[in-house]
Design a protein around this ligand. Sequence first.
Ligand code: 4AD
Ligand code: MG
Length: 462
Amino acid sequence: MMLKRTRVKELLAAGQTDAQVMVKGWVRTVRAGKGVTFLALNDGSCFAHLQVVADPDLANYAEISRLGTGAALAISGRLVESPASGQRYELQAAEITIVGPADESYPLQKKRHSFEYLRSIAHLRPRTNTFGAVFRVRSSLAQAIHRFFAERGFLYVQTPIITTNDCEGAGEMFRVTTLDMARPPLERGAVDYGKDFFGQAAGLTVSGQLEGELFATAFADIYTFGPTFRAENSNTPRHAAEFWMIEPEMAFADLMADAALAEEFFRYLCRHMLDHCREDLEFFNAQLDQGLIARIEGVAGSPFAMMEYGEAIRHLQQAPVPFDYPVEWGLDLQTEHERYLTEQVAKGPLFVVNYPRDIKAFYMRQNDDGRTVAAMDLLVPRVGEIIGGSQREERLDLLQQRMVDMGIDPTGLWWYLDSRRWGSCPHAGFGLGFERLIMYLTGMENIRDVIPFPRTPRHAEF
Ligand code: 4AD
Ligand code: MG
């Protein structure tokens, strides 16, 4: 009888000794000793490798003892208590089939590789300990995010990736076109996008928010979770040209309700990390950042701080440390400022609210002071801004005026304005950068190392 494949994770969790099992995976290390060979096998289901004991009475023992790192194997055998320290169980192999060999040219040999080198072999790095852990965590968090919103009755809406609106108005859209770039149709010297595929200039979305707002005025509570694109040419460890964003939007909600949801959401994800990603988390805590678990526990268990933008500026102006970028009411906060506020002032997650109107997007609700908007950013240690959100301007006249003042043509957004024409209501939402969340929860320091195949300026190879 052919045995069904058992995952290493399930095998180790069940700990059922003496049953005949079949495992399949990739060799991480081979130790050929006197009269026995030990293989460490990993199938990606968990961090731990399965120790496999190969005895010389195996028909292909000579081949097995010369196996290289990276080979794919199918092994049938018996799980037994391991007499050696280092692991509780080991697999006593009865038969080992070499499914796919790997020779010494395999780039992932035993020694430790730098993250930078591993980026150059992004097609193979999922087979390392660190990236195995990162991508298990990523998958698990994605599921937790859907569960969080499902438990609270939020509708999951898929907003378009190709769009004609620049939601954030920062002009960072990638163009989507089928025009012949060498000889585009011209109209008075400019490219005539009227002749393009969509009959107008189109691009990749920078945010699903505007379409999300439309759904919020039908389903009250909605969220999006999808890829987002920004052609900002900033080569930082926190920016990617393609990243994933979670954007909830709530009707009948103000800025404080928005912050309350953001806090509940963020703490839920911290709790999930502690409860469901423990083995990988312990690895990150031991190898990358010894304060990681304590920090996540702290966040999961205590309320977040909140301060006005104006107050944040005062803290920064009184800071005993120099900053590279100027600090002045009316200027945007840079990462160095955000990190100072969350790391030194709040010593934990911090909401900064009510930013100057002129540094924020057109859709944010204007406050009565005439110079700020109901915006909120959540700042966390080590990462800086992780969530950006706001209460939206639901008053048609004010929204239209704001667009005119900012040079945004309201005709292209007629459908957005319609949501303020009929049944308009106070509403609010935010965006959580998925990669920044993973950076925060794993201690990984570069966004390129938490997304499977990163897209950054001049990098889109794999
Ligand atoms: O602050 P942002 O630009 O907000 C929006 O896009 C709003 N439309 C969200 C909303 O209210 N629905 O982006 C939200 C978050 C940031 O806080 C950050 O975590 C992440 O998205 N982010 C990026 N992550 C990686 N690379 C980039 N280039 C990012 N730009 C933003
Ligand atoms: Mg922002």
